[in-house]
Design a protein around this ligand. Structure first.
Ligand SMILES: [Zn+2]
Length: 498
């Protein structure tokens, strides 16, 4: 029996990582069934993390091996063998492997924003596949291979993913390194460069058209359908279908924590872009684990941001605040009428948050201060009991944004992320399109990093928080540039060969 195990917020059972389960067997029934991997605790775990990190020069998945279930399952030598074999295949086929990515203060960017406090940027644009997504999936690949090494996995399953770009591309690179076949469900209007890169990597690309909103992402629904076939496993960057990818994403957060320690620096705020919320949930989890293991003196405020073209996580956050206010006998004045036509209700909520954001500060602070108290606990229990009352598929106009990589219909990991935002007194803000464009242009001009608009959306969140007076420009802040801009890449060379 390993120290790591899986817990469900609704089911009383604890699941073993040895069993190769990717989601709660009772998902689909009432309540929140998002699995959490727990067990990274105690002095031995803290020492293992610190010791691994000292191996400067080694890859991220070796330095941070103490985080991964694959390491728990295979032991140190077994993990090393699996890791090295996969890394070699990645190097041969992609010409790159998972290294610890750069984390640097960006004084010119801070100055361009008129900030006096430090602004740290974690740069994922040079990572495998051009984004942070590969990290999530490499942890899943290691887990699959660790299961296979125990004889617990029957042959090589087909892997499936739904994505509009970076995640599918990272999945194709990682799956190919492991010798797995990948089926990628992508929107019909997928960037031809992405489709071509997927096909080059042997992925089966299925293009799915969107007819309407409110029913959920059609690519996701097609992916779910594929999972019903025997021998198909979820290779998605979302914790509801595949908890193990969150371990890979949490390594990004741990790299930040450990590198900041190396600089003897701390951050007051972390601003994270949210689509499906796996990235933000994973980074928040790393900060929470690092805090409980004694790597951090205090938690930074964890903020989330989404485009005005699709903000179902911000809506869920606002509803949680409203539920908390209702229990305290007060009213936050947050408009949340589920009987109104969706587009109208969303417009009212966006207008309220834009105009009245600062007036919510006492409520946000009270929730954070009272996080262990009965009223806050009752709200969290209500979210676990009725997650669909807080998060449901986007039912506004067809989602659109320059930051199109974070337009998920549903924050699949919303219930995993939300407690971290509430606990730390963070905010969830809506990004006007002009802010997204301005953040992207400023980011590129001031840092020279070839970041894409989605990748710079966390910076847009910082700018929005400061514009609304919700964040003091003298405090220290961290954002993650999650993905590389491919728009300057050469176009695909004619029809791809399978
Ligand atoms: Zn469950």
């Amino acid at each position: 029996m390993t120290a790591f195990r899986l817990t469900c917020p609704t089911c009383p059972e604890t699941y073993r990582i040895e069993d190769g389960r990717f989601s709660c067997p009772r998902r689909g029934e009432a309540g929140d069934h998002l699995l959490r991997r727990v067990g990274l605790e105690g002095n031995a775990a803290a020492r293992a993390i610190a010791r691994g990190w000292e191996r400067a020069g080694a890859g991220s998945f070796l330095r941070l091996q103490a985080l991964f279930s694959a390491r728990e399952l295979a032991g140190e030598d077994g993990y090393r063998r699996i890791h090295d074999r996969l890394e070699e295949a990645l190097a041969a086929r992609e010409g790159t492997v998972f290294r610890v990515t750069p984390l640097l203060p960006q004084p010119a960017l801070a100055a361009a924003l008129g900030r006096s406090g430090p602004l740290w940027v974690k740069d994922e644009t040079g990572n495998v596949g051009g984004s942070h997504k590969g990290r999530h999936l490499f942890a899943t690949l290691l887990y699959l291979e660790a299961l296979a090494a125990r004889g617990d996995a029957p042959g090589k399953p087909e892997l499936a993913i739904y994505s509009c770009g970076n995640a599918a591309l990272a999945a194709a690179a990682v799956a190919r390194a492991g010798g797995y076949r990948l089926r990628a469900f992508v929107p019909a209007d997928v960037d031809p460069r992405i489709a071509s890169l997927l096909e080059e990597r042997g992925a089966l690309v299925e293009r799915i058209a969107r007819a309407q909103t409110g029913e959920g992402d059609p690519c996701y629904l097609a992916f779910r359908e594929a999972l019903r076939r025997p021998g198909v496993l979820p290779f998605a960057c979302a914790g509801n279908d595949n908890w193990s990818n969150i371990e890979g994403g949490s390594a990004l957060g741990w790299e930040i924590v450990l590198a900041l320690r190396g600089h003897a620096a701390a951050v007051d705020h972390v601003v994270l872009q949210v689509g499906g919320a796996a990235f933000a949930r994973a980074v928040a989890q790393a900060f929470e684990e690092a805090f409980s293991l004694g790597f951090l003196p205090r938690l930074p405020k964890i903020h989330a941001c989404q485009p005005e073209g699709g903000f179902p996580f911000v809506r869920g956050w606002a509803l949680a605040l409203a539920a908390y206010a209702a229990r305290g006998g007060g009213s936050a004045g947050i408009p949340c009428d589920r009987l109104a036509p969706p587009a109208e209700a969303l417009g009212r909520l966006a207008a309220f948050l834009r105009a009245e954001g600062p007036s919510l500060s006492p409520l946000v602070d009270r929730f954070a201060a009272d996080f262990a108290g009965p009223a806050a606990r009752a709200v969290l229990a209500e979210i676990a009991r009725r997650p669909g009352a807080f998060f449901w598929p986007w039912d506004g106009a067809a989602p659109q944004s320059l930051a199109h990589g974070i337009l998920d219909d549903l924050p699949y990991d919303g219930t995993g992320l939300l407690p971290a935002v509430l606990r730390t007194g963070g905010r969830a803000v809506i990004l006007p399109e002009a802010r997204i464009r301005s953040a992207w242009e400023t980011a590129r001009a001031a840092t020279g990093i070839p970041v894409c608009p989605t990748g710079a959306a966390g910076l847009a969140g910082l700018m929005e928080l400061e514009a609304q007076g919700l964040l003091n420009p003298a405090e220290s802040v961290l954002v993650v540039f999650t993905g590389r801009d491919r728009s300057a890449d050469p176009p695909p060379k004619g029809p791809a060969t399978p």
